[in-house]
Design a protein around this ligand. Structure first.
Ligand code: NAP
Length: 325
């Protein structure tokens, strides 16, 4: 089978397509014929050796796939050959076939394309669990989303609006902010040429944001934390800017605010029911037409490096997806 291979940790340009042996399915596992694979910022961190998980070399990146089950291992119940599923993985999805523990693939409806399915787990899963389970976002609250047109960011805008919040979307270009408006933002801030801190203050009459969703970190964290409202929740989602910030915790004390971390994938080990419940809710939203993943571009597996560069060079809006032939 064809797969994109990382032989050494380093730049994404060093990744190469190769012919490899298709993985064998073991007891308690299923094999999936991959049709589409979502691209995520953590893929870039992982191939650079900068992610919290460091796979043994060589490996293929790719943390979410959609496709059909092609083999079922011994002892697996409830999944069958030919079933359409989406699955998150630790890595390995940039390949024509993957093997996953039977607990991870989740069935998808016939009306959902493989590209749409591959665009949902990490982006929508992270945004949904963060806003509901971790931050307890309530209708009428103000939600500030940074990096609001990225994969997780745009999902947070759409879900925030759906959950009844007033969403302020912040991003680096007018084009990105226009997309956030289409996905439900009430107000926008262009942090390339406006002060995030001043604009949030003005837009909230000095109150600040009840919930901040931050996949960017760095200097934006420094500004946004100072605009958290009384009893606000600051969601630490990621550090796409490249700098992990440090928090002056006196702000948490003065505002009775919480700094709340989320590592979505860790729920698979620690409390998979959280992911399953969230996924069921997301499927219900999809079926009702209440969420519609924005697919910025699809790339064939042969151009997977270009797909990763689309995120790395900050051009992606919503999700980038790899399509297998
Ligand atoms: N906690 C979790 O469980 C979890 C799960 C998935 C992802 N994440 C994290 O969430 C973040 C976003 O992931 P994603 O897959 O949504 O990525 P993405 O689609 O590439 O979005 C990242 C956004 O960050 C902004 N950004 C600011 N500085 C950047 C830079 N130097 N390089 C690239 N982007 C920059 C960009 O928006 P502007 O151009 O508008 O600034 C971009 O839209 C990553 O840090 C990732 O590790 C965390």
């Amino acid at each position: 089978m064809k797969a994109l291979i990382c032989r050494e940790f380093g730049p994404v340009d060093d990744l190469a397509l190769a012919e490899t042996t298709s993985p064998n399915v073991g007891a308690g596992q299923v094999k999936i014929r991959v049709r589409a694979c979502g691209v995520n910022f953590p893929d870039i961190l992982m191939v650079q050796g900068l992610y919290q998980l460091k796979p043994p070399l060589p490996f293929s990146p790719g943390m979410e796939v959609a496709g059909e089950i092609s083999e079922v291992g011994e002892g697996v119940e409830g999944l069958k050959v030919g079933q359409r599923v989406v699955s998150t993985l630790m890595w390995g999805g940039f390949a024509e076939a993957v093997v996953a523990p039977a607990a991870m693939p989740l069935p998808i409806p016939a009306a959902m394309s493989f590209e749409q399915a591959a665009a949902i787990p990490l982006a929508y899963g992270t945004a949904h669990v963060a806003l509901t389970h971790r931050a307890g976002l309530k209708p009428g609250e103000t939600l500030l989303v940074l990096g609001a047109a990225g994969g997780v960011g745009l999902a947070a805008v759409e879900l925030g609006k759906l959950l009844g919040a007033r969403v302020i979307a912040a991003a680096s270009t007018t084009k990105k902010l226009d997309l956030a408006l289409e996905y439900g933002a009430a107000d926008v801030i262009n942090y390339t040429n406006e002060s995030l801190r001043d604009r949030v203050k003005a837009l909230t009459d000095g109150r600040g944001a009840d919930v901040v969703f931050d996949p960017v970190g760095g200097d934006l964290f420094d500004q946004a934390l100072r605009r958290i409202a009384w009893e606000g929740r600051y969601l630490v989602i990621g550090f796409a800017s490249g700098r992990i910030p440090s928090a002056p915790v006196n702000i948490a004390l003065l505002k009775n605010a919480s700094i709340v971390g989320l590592f979505w994938g860790a729920y698979w080990q620690n409390n998979p029911a959280v992911i399953r419940r969230s996924f069921e809710q997301l499927m219900a939203y999809f079926a009702a037409g209440e969420i519609k993943p924005h697919i910025h571009k699809t790339f064939p597996l042969d151009d997977a490096v270009a797909a990763l560069r689309e995120l790395q060079e900050r051009r992606a809006q919503g999700k980038v997806v790899i399509r297998m032939s």
